[in-house]
Design a protein around this ligand. Structure first.
Ligand SMILES: Cc1cc2nc3c(=O)[nH]c(=O)nc-3n(C[C@H](O)[C@H](O)[C@H](O)COP(=O)(O)OP(=O)(O)OC[C@H]3O[C@@H](n4cnc5c(N)ncnc54)[C@H](O)[C@@H]3O)c2cc1C
Length: 499
């Protein structure tokens, strides 16, 4: 038994857990964050191989100019001095390649329209209509403007019930333009017949304004938040895996860690995936029907990542993200053909310094289903066996063959490659089946697939990418919603808006 008693214990130090820890410790709560891994951050974790640092989750962010929404959050969270950013090419921060033809997303709404209109001169009004509607949807979401609200209305119901495909088809009849507008859908693992429009709109609204890489790795966000939490009097304990949320007949009383320690608190916030959180509660207050509802929700797809270290000064630094598709239907890559894999991928260089002429490293990410690695699901990191290593090597080769098609000669520039699979994500972030963005929001079941920050236990709340939405801004707003249970939503909105 840890003799200390805390006001609030947060289980998990992902972005959601850390932002909650920041807000609540700043308000004087005695906060403890318990993290199962050696490194904090969840998807903000980085790792080093052969002297090169690689990101695992957060690659680029948007709306980071003074006064813009994410900048305001960064300012409030005291992140601006610790997190160095490098602006992606404003004339094309995302490049979408479909059947060998490339299209650029330019920064700024007008530039976005002008740039794409060069490729679709007869559809300029369609593109104008698209960006106007994207902005309208973002505008209809008060929390994304840091606006105080009376009733908690997250977003207009139409934007939840109308699916992404329907939305894009209503913007333009041109099939190729439809595919181009959905081109960065891996950012939200979009599913043609499920993803609600608002997810696409809020994410693209963020990036169209401007897009940045995080220089030196996204762990700088986690480290900065941890520093602030400690300076507010909060504590963070690593190698501390929550085995169970212990309950009396009314509420949670303590967390039981894997090493047998119990730590008490008045309140608890779980940053652990909701389905796994439920497995850690035995209390009968959580009824079977609720457990089953949560357990039966589908999760977004996982991925296979190739981490590439380049030879010194061997390939120029690409200041854009490259989304590749070998078929007209960009949505098809969610149901990919294993034999033709990878039918789509995202390729990005990592930023290690401003205006670097050459790339030091890159990441190449392709969707991968859990089924492909299921046979190794009972193995642990580093001990999965030779057949798993052979599986990874074969996949890495397929990835590089594909990359060569768009970047001829790239193989010669590579010094070494490393890989991760859905198993890696499962084991390092504890998401179900290595899912990238957690539970799939489904326009067909809008309320069932939205997870509340409240649970059936009065002093246990949830936070993270399954509340509100995933991604840097989605999770920060989700954390704000979780903290509203302690501080009031409008108080937090005011505080961030005035910071
Ligand atoms: C491949 C990939 C690329 C991405 N790219 C971008 C991007 O470019 N831009 C962007 O904005 N977003 C991106 N995202 C999304 C973004 O990174 C996530 O939405 C966000 O970081 C998730 O934060 P979270 O709070 O939900 O926690 P998570 O990151 O899921 O962390 C959960 C934490 O809980 C810990 N934990 C789990 N179980 C226990 C336990 N039992 N006891 C104690 N601790 C536990 C885990 O170890 C982990 O640290 C990407 C995600 C992925 C996977």
């Amino acid at each position: 038994m840890d003799r200390e008693k805390y006001d609030i214990i947060i289980a998990g130090s992902g972005l959601g857990g850390l932002v909650c820890g920041y807000i609540l410790s700043k308000h004087g709560y005695k906060v403890l964050i318990v993290e199962k891994n050696a490194q904090i951050g969840g998807c903000l974790q980085t790792f080093k191989r052969d002297g090169v640092k690689f990101d695992t989750g957060m690659h680029y962010i948007g709306s980071m100019e003074e006064g813009q929404i994410l900048h305001r959050f960064f300012k409030y969270l005291n992140l601006l001095n610790d997190v160095e950013l490098s602006r992606l090419d404003p004339s094309g921060y995302d490049v979408i390649s479909i059947n060998g033809e490339v299209y650029k997303y330019a920064s700024g709404f007008e530039n976005f329209v002008e740039e794409l209109s060069k490729k679709f001169p007869d559809h300029k009004t369609d593109i104008q209509d698209y960006v106007r509607r994207i902005q309208k949807i973002a505008d209809a979401s008060p929390l994304y403007k840091l606006q105080e609200i009376n009733d908690y209305v997250f977003i207009e119901v139409d934007y939840i019930k109308v699916g992404i495909n329907e939305f894009i088809e209503s913007c333009t009849k041109n099939k190729r333009l439809q595919s181009v507008l959905a081109g960065n859908s891996p950012l939200y693992a979009g599913v043609k017949d499920k993803t609600p429009t608002y997810i696409h709109a809020l994410i693209n609204n963020l990036y169209i304004q401007n897009a940045f890489r995080i220089v030196g790795g996204s762990d700088s966000i986690a480290l900065s938040l941890a520093k602030s939490i400690r300076s507010h009097g909060g504590a963070i304990k690593t190698h501390a895996e929550v085995e169970e949320f212990l309950c009396d007949d009314q509420k949670v009383t303590a967390v039981l860690l894997k090493d047998g320690t119990t730590i008490e608190a008045d309140y608890f916030i779980s940053n652990i995936h909701p389905q796994i959180t439920m497995d850690k509660i035995k209390a009968k207050q959580i009824r079977k029907i609720y457990r089953e509802r949560i357990a039966n929700l589908d999760n977004s797809i996982s991925n296979f990542t190739l981490f590439i270290k380049f030879k010194k000064e061997a390939t120029p630094y690409l200041n854009y993200n490259f989304y590749y598709y070998d078929s007209e239907d960009v949505w098809a890559s969610n149901n990919y053909d294993v034999n033709a894999w990878p039918q789509s991928y995202l390729y990005m260089h990592q930023s290690v310094e401003q205006n670097a002429p050459f790339a030091e490293s890159a990441e190449m990410i392709a969707y991968m289903n859990w089924d492909e690695v299921r046979q190794w699901e009972n193995t642990n990191v580093g001990k999965r066996g030779k057949d798993y290593e052979a599986f990874k090597a074969e996949k890495a080769k397929k990835m590089l063959d594909k990359l060569e098609e768009s970047f001829p000669g790239i193989r010669d520039a590579i010094e070494s490659v490393y890989t991760s699979t859905p198993l890696t994500y499962r084991d390092y972030t504890a998401t179900k089946e290595g899912s990238m963005y957690g539970i799939i929001r489904d326009k067909n079941f809008p309320t069932q697939t939205l997870i509340s920050q409240k649970t059936k236990l009065p002093n246990l709340y949830m936070t993270g990418q399954n509340i509100n939405s995933h991604g840097i801004l989605g999770v920060m707003i989700g954390a704000m919603i979780t903290c509203s249970e302690f501080l009031g939503l409008n108080e937090i909105v005011r505080e961030i808006a005035n910071s």
